[in-house]
Design a protein around this ligand. Structure first.
Ligand SMILES: [Zn+2]
Ligand SMILES: [Zn+2]
Length: 125
């Protein structure tokens, strides 16, 4: 049990220190430097658990691997279509969208995700 939480803690620490919205494999490579015998499966399970606890975000993009985010509160992202980097977009999250949509369609809306696509500064011609 103690070992489990130590692994989870290490996964969380790596993700908190990363701004690149890494893949599970990347997290695994980093955590392995601290806990050499950890398996990729354990890292996956740890990430799923952290996500379920609301401590991290999982960002799913069509056709690519999930990327993970140590910043758990809702925020917007910009994805560069050329280099595939994912940037955090500063600025307030529009919580009213949820209410407006709920009123319009009669569903209960908990959250929304917003993702901008384009070219980052380095990739612009
Ligand atoms: Zn780019
Ligand atoms: Zn983010």
């Amino acid at each position: 049990m103690i070992r489990k939480s130590k692994q989870k803690e290490a996964i969380f620490k790596v993700l908190k220190g990363a701004t690149s919205h890494p893949t599970a494999e990347w997290v695994y490579e980093q955590v392995r430097q601290e806990i050499p015998n950890i398996s990729l499966g354990t890292v996956y399970r740890g990430l799923k658990l952290l996500k379920r606890n609301g401590e991290i975000l999982e960002l799913g993009f069509a056709g690519t691997q999930s990327r993970f985010d140590g910043k758990a509160e809702n925020h917007y992202h910009f994805r560069c279509l050329k280099c595939n980097h994912i940037f955090d977009v500063e600025g307030p999250v529009d919580k009213k969208i949820n209410e407006r949509l709920a009123q319009k369609i009669g569903f209960t809306v908990f959250e929304h995700r917003l993702e901008f696509h384009g070219l980052c500064k380095d990739c612009q011609p």
